[in-house]
Design a protein around this ligand. Structure first.
Ligand code: V47
Length: 354
């Protein structure tokens, strides 16, 4: 432990073995080091954006055990939006100064590749200023298998039709043994990383998530972070790391373990320490609750995602995020926590200081 403390004091990188030992530290020691890094990078700034989440379909070829969003016997209401429905949402949301459209779908075999591309084309044609963050690496992998195209071909089309950046979903936990148990048949951890690498090689940016609090151990979380750090060393393309707290309702995982706030904050702090090459750590309020997300700003996080407006994936699992958060509440909560609220764009350029 002493050598690890020395390394932390000297701001030296920890290897995986050393990073695994961080879990033995108490929360406040981890928080102290995480906060030192956060303050050096961002001072008292807390970033958020004005965004709209859209989940165009919940019909899914995969059966991930942790998921409550896709249509199955616990959530028997399959839907696929028409392009007109999607554009109605966009027309409405631009009136609220939305800058980013975050589009994540289930893996629907009944749609065509053109159905996806047309969503992007229509949005960009009418509102070229909107940033489209769309298609997780899990969707790219699904589309490549469903429509017999290579990852490179899919990425070329994403660029051609106006996708600006990729969301971090589908990463879950990279460890293949865990994936076999919770999301068998979906993109492998290796291919998730490969797809983001290809995207970064096009000069584009993306995010990375980690779903935790289900059947994984702490060592799987550390390994997940180390694998992201390795890719980031090569490409520098990740904007943010987003640890997603698993929402337990309506899922098919039976041996549910409770996950407390201390473990969540430890995970965020360790992420801030280990991921020394990813600038932003998001406390995604939709999965940890807005109040804990505020506390997380004292444990290494510097970003809150956004106002979201409508959220279907985590709220299906029990999160209180279905209707987003209004801007005024967001700003007041940040300010009353002693931080400076900064509206950012999707690539972390600062737009407005409140
Ligand atoms: O990959 C599914 C997760 C992800 C549950 O890039 C769940 O800025 C918690 O991609 N409890 C999709 N999580 C969401 C996603 C995302 C979200 C926020 C920000 C960004 C970003 C990307 O949602 C999936 C999966 O890991 N998920 N079910 C659940 N019950």
């Amino acid at each position: 432990m002493q050598t690890i403390i020395q390394k932390l004091d000297n701001e030296e990188r920890l290897n995986e073995n050393e990073a695994n030992k961080l879990w033995d530290f108490d929360l406040f020691t981890l928080g102290k080091y995480a906060q030192k890094i956060r303050t050096k990078l961002h001072g008292k700034k807390v970033y958020f954006n004005i965004n709209r989440h859209i989940n165009p379909t919940n019909i899914c070829a995969d059966t991930c055990k942790f998921c409550a969003f896709s249509a199955h016997r616990k959530n028997p209401n399959p839907y696929t939006m028409t392009h007109e429905q999607i554009m109605n949402i966009i027309d409405e949301t631009v009136q609220r100064d939305t800058k980013e459209i975050h589009i994540v779908s289930a893996h629907n075999k009944n749609t065509s590749w053109e159905w996806y591309l047309e969503i992007f084309r229509m949005i960009k044609q009418k509102y070229p200023f909107l940033h489209i963050k769309a298609l997780t690496a899990a969707e790219v992998d699904f589309l490549s298998r469903a429509f017999n195209m290579s990852y490179e071909q899919i990425i070329e089309k994403m660029l051609e039709y106006g996708v600006d950046s990729m969301p971090g979903g589908g990463a879950e936990i990279f460890d293949e043994e865990i994936r076999k148990k919770i999301c068998h048949g979906k993109v492998s951890g290796q291919n998730w990383l490969k797809i983001h690498k290809l995207w970064h090689e096009k000069g584009r940016q993306s995010n990375a998530t980690m779903l935790f609090g289900h059947i994984e151990d702490r060592k799987h979380r550390t390994n997940h972070m180390i694998r992201l750090r390795e890719l980031q060393d090569q490409t520098g393309g990740f904007n943010a790391f987003i640890p997603l707290v698993w929402q337990q309702d309506n899922s098919f995982i039976t041996n549910k373990k409770p996950l407390g706030s201390v473990e969540i904050l430890k995970t965020l702090s360790i992420a801030r320490i280990v991921l020394d090459n990813i600038k932003n750590i998001k406390a995604y309020w939709a999965t940890m609750g807005i109040n804990l997300a505020m506390v997380a700003q004292d444990f290494g996080a510097n970003d809150l995602d956004g106002t979201i407006e409508k959220e279907s994936i985590q709220s299906a699992g029990g999160a209180k995020s279905a209707n987003g958060l209004n801007l005024k509440t967001f700003i007041e909560l940040i300010q009353s926590s002693g931080y400076v609220a900064i509206e950012r764009d999707s690539l972390y350029n600062e737009l407005k200081t409140y």
